[in-house]
Design a protein around this ligand. Structure first.
Ligand SMILES: *Cc1c(COP(=O)(O)O)cnc(C)c1O
Length: 393
């Protein structure tokens, strides 16, 4: 099934299904480490790649393959490899495409562990990364070197929901002879398909909205077949950050409700963002679906909805922000996002706590900032839970 034939909602439910001899209706979970060959000759052909059948679940498993096929259909990608987590997806992408002496340009507004991976892991193996302001095309252009091979960005960014024009950035990357990779964790293909806008690679933390219910870790890298299939399957085979078939099955079933969930997250997030914007204790709200967002027009062109993450600044500082968190009775105090359960975080003391205060302030992450990942509870209950704390400051 492909996107030329079917709509996204249909692909999310049906793409990639391979049935066994029992013709089960729901996707089967193949919990097996290896696969049996009919004879020695077939074993040899499987190992050489002449026969494309299953060998060993480190790099071939039918449940995992179903997930990869479905996700590729959703992103409009030629090929997908899945991995044990979002971080191992970025590792797989980098280790498959880069070598010592090459250079990466990345957005300054990335998931914390991604920054650590580029700086502290890849940096030790001779891959250098320059960080730039994501929306400033001039900074990306100025950072290009003859050995620049990869551009890496998240849009919308975490936690301030800055939007990057994927098409414009793809042009800068291609002029530099580099590939553009987009971490599409916040929007998922239900709201944004970066490859359509010119990105070469998409990566996912499937842990977030793709599972959508906070159950398992997983990751994926998608793109053109020549960039993904041989290099990345080769890396998985040699290095082993494989997705478990159980986790693949959970994520596969999560995809069936992806569009419904993303629209529900977005609808509640917009409603809460509009309410917060009017609230006397709130000084600023960051949400791409608000017409006050500085890149609202770009967000509307690039995304079909605003997504589930709303950040807002309460008047005062850390004390007032913590008061709001500690007064909640329902919303979970946890740094995760993309769950059916709403979560709240104080970025300055958690996810961005390692940054020097001046760096943090320069990045716009103030002491009064809170990040809310809006879940699927009744929006009235989420609002009432926030109001407990807001009314006390
Ligand atoms: C969580 C997250 C990751 C890392 O994914 P894991 O599955 O936790 O390894 C990468 N990028 C973004 C934007 C994330 O939110």
């Amino acid at each position: 099934m492909t996107g030329n034939e079917y709509e996204l909602e249909t692909l999310a439910v049906r793409a990639g299904i391979v049935r066994s001899q029992f013709n089960e209706h729901s996707e089967a979970m193949y919990l097996t480490s290896s696969f049996v060959f009919d004879n020695a000759a077939q074993a040899a052909q499987r190992f050489s790649g002449e026969d494309e059948g299953m060998v060993y679940s480190r790099y071939t498993n039918p449940t995992v393959r179903m997930l990869e096929t479905r996700l590729a259909a959703l992103e409009g990608a030629e090929y997908c490899v899945s991995t044990s987590s979002g971080m191992s997806a970025i590792l797989t992408l980098a280790m498959s495409l880069l070598k010592a002496g090459e250079h990466v340009i990345a957005s300054r507004s990335l998931f914390g562990a991604t920054v650590q991976l580029f700086n502290n892991v890849l940096g030790r193996f001779g891959v250098e990364t320059t960080f730039v302001e994501p929306a400033r095309m001039d900074q990306w252009r100025a950072a290009v070197r003859p050995n620049t091979r990869l551009f890496f960005v998240e849009t919308p960014s975490n936690p301030l929901t800055e939007i990057v024009d994927i098409g414009a950035l793809a042009e800068v990357a291609h002029d530099a002879g580099a590939l553009l990779a987009v971490d599409n964790c916040f929007c998922t293909p239900a709201l944004q398909r970066p490859i359509e806008h010119g990105a070469d690679l998409v990566m996912h933390s499937a842990t977030k909205y793709l599972d959508g219910q906070g159950r398992v870790l997983g990751g994926a890298v998608l793109g053109r077949r020549d960039v993904i299939q041989a290099p990345m399957t080769g890396f998985l085979r040699s290095a082993g950050p494989a997705l478990s078939p159980f986790n693949a099955w959970v994520i596969l079933k999560g995809l069936e409700t992806l569009r419904l969930r993303m629209l529900a997250h977005s609808e509640s997030a917009l409603e809460l963002a509009q309410w917060l914007e009017q609230h006397p204790r709130v000084s600023r709200v960051f949400y791409p679906g608000l017409s006050s967002h500085p890149q609202h027009e770009l967000a509307k062109r690039q995304q079909s909805a605003g997504g589930g993450v709303v950040s807002f600044e309460v008047k005062g500082g850390r004390k007032e922000a913590w008061k709001v968190i500690d007064s909640t009775k329902m919303i979970s105090i946890t740094a995760n996002l993309g769950d059916a359960k709403s979560t709240i975080t104080h970025p300055a003391s958690t996810t961005h706590g390692k940054l020097a205060p001046q760096v943090r302030e320069a990045a716009g992450i103030g002491e009064g900032l809170l990040r809310l990942a809006v879940g699927l509870e009744a929006v009235t209950d989420i609002r009432a839970d926030l109001e407990h704390g807001l009314s006390q400051i």
